[in-house]
Design a protein around this ligand. Structure first.
Ligand SMILES: NC(=O)c1ccc[n+]([C@@H]2O[C@H](COP(=O)([O-])OP(=O)(O)OC[C@H]3O[C@@H](n4cnc5c(N)ncnc54)[C@H](OP(=O)(O)O)[C@@H]3O)[C@@H](O)[C@H]2O)c1
Length: 264
C-alpha cells in the first residue's frame, strides 16, 4: 500500500487503510459479534510490523480503548516517526462503563496524558470522542477550541471529531481539520458529511466500514469487497480504519483495497 491520501489540508498523508486498536486493549463493553482474547505482546508486535510491511502508516487509538495507548507507546517506540497516530479525547472507560468529559480542562489533561502514554512529543491527530451529542459538544464545551490551542503549541498536528450525527458532524467539520464518520453497506446517513469534507478539503476517516464485523458475518457474499469498493472510490475519503487483530484479515483487507485502488 504505497499510495497515500491527504488528511485534508493538514499535510498528513495516510494509507487508505488504517489499523484500529480497540481490540488491542479492551474486550469488555464492546459490540463485536464474536468474543476475542486481547493479543499478547508478541502477537501485538507481529501485527504492528505486519501492518507496517503492508504499507499501513495510520494507527487509531483512544484513552477509552483499555490500555491501547500505553501498549502502542511501547510497541511503536522504535518506529514512531513512521506512523501517523490518531487518538481521542472525551471518553474514558472505567469500571466497565464509559464516562464522558468534554471540558477544556479535561481535554488538555487528556492530551498531555496521551503524549506520555504514547511516548511521543506530538500526536498527529486528536479527535473528540462524541457521546452522541455532537452539536452540543461543538457549540457549548469549547473542546475544539482547546484542541486548536494545543495545535498552536505543537502538541498535536491536527484535530477534529469522531461524530455520531449528521448535523453535528457538519458543524464539527466546519470548525476542524477533519472528522471520523460511520459508513458501511447498511449505514449511509453520514455521506453528506463526507461530501462536505471533500468539497472543503477536510480529512475523512471511516469507522465501522464492516459494521464492526457484522457485515462479515452476514450471508451476503463479498460484503467486504462491496464495502471497500464503495468507500475507497469516494475521492474525499482519507482512510478506512479497520479494527482487526487477525494478521490474515489484515493482509487480505490490504490486498483487496490495493486491487480496488489500482482499478480506479
Ligand atoms: N471514535 C469512535 O467513536 C469509534 C467507534 C468505533 C470504532 N472506532 C475506530 O474504528 C475502528 C474500526 O471500527 P470497528 O472495529 O468497530 O469495526 P470494523 O472495522 O467495521 O470491524 C472490525 C471487526 O471486523 C472483523 N474483521 C476485519 N477484517 C475482517 C476480515 N477480512 N474477515 C473477517 N472479519 C474481519 C474484525 O475481527 P478480527 O479481529 O477477527 O479481524 C473485527 O471484529 C476501531 O478499531 C476504532 O479504531 C472509533
Amino acid at each position: 500500500m504505497h499510495h497515500k491520501r491527504a488528511f485534508g489540508e493538514t499535510g498528513l498523508n495516510v494509507s487508505p487503510l488504517g489499523l484500529g486498536t480497540v481490540k488491542l486493549g479492551r474486550n469488555i463493553g464492546v459490540k463485536y459479534p464474536k468474543k476475542f482474547t486481547i493479543p499478547n505482546d508478541k502477537e501485538a508486535i507481529d501485527l504492528i510490523y505486519k501492518a507496517k510491511d503492508l504499507g499501513i502508516n495510520l494507527i487509531d487509538t483512544a484513552p477509552s480503548y483499555g490500555n491501547s495507548e500505553e501498549r502502542l507507546g511501547g510497541l511503536l517506540k522504535d518506529t514512531r516517526n513512521e506512523w501517523i497516530i490518531c487518538s481521542k479525547v472525551g471518553e474514558e472507560f472505567k469500571n466497565g462503563r464509559s464516562q464522558f468529559n468534554f471540558s477544556p480542562r479535561h481535554t488538555r489533561f487528556s492530551v498531555e496524558r496521551s503524549l506520555r502514554r504514547l511516548n511521543t512529543d506530538a500526536i498527529d491527530i486528536i479527535l473528540v470522542h462524541s457521546d452522541g451529542n455532537d452539536e452540543d459538544i461543538v457549540t457549548n464545551f469549547g473542546t475544539l477550541e482547546v484542541l486548536s490551542d494545543l495545535k498552536k503549541e505543537g502538541k498535536i498536528k491536527a484535530f477534529g471529531m469522531s461524530c455520531k450525527t449528521l448535523k453535528g458532524g457538519l458543524l464539527a467539520a466546519k470548525k476542524s481539520d477533519g472528522v471520523m464518520v460511520t459508513w458501511n453497506l447498511g449505514y449511509e446517513k453520514d455521506v453528506p458529511i463526507i461530501n462536505y469534507c471533500t468539497e472543503n478539503n477536510k480529512g475523512i476517516f471511516i469507522k465501522k466500514a464492516l459494521d464492526s464485523g457484522n457485515a462479515v458475518l452476514s450471508a451476503e457474499a463479498g460484503s467486504i469487497r462491496k464495502s471497500f469498493d464503495m468507500i475507497l472510490k469516494h475521492r474525499g475519503v482519507s482512510s478506512i480504519i479497520i479494527g482487526t487483530i487477525n494478521p490474515i484479515h489484515l493482509t487480505n483487507n490490504t490486498l483487496l483495497a490495493e486491487k480496488i485502488l489500482v482499478s480506479e
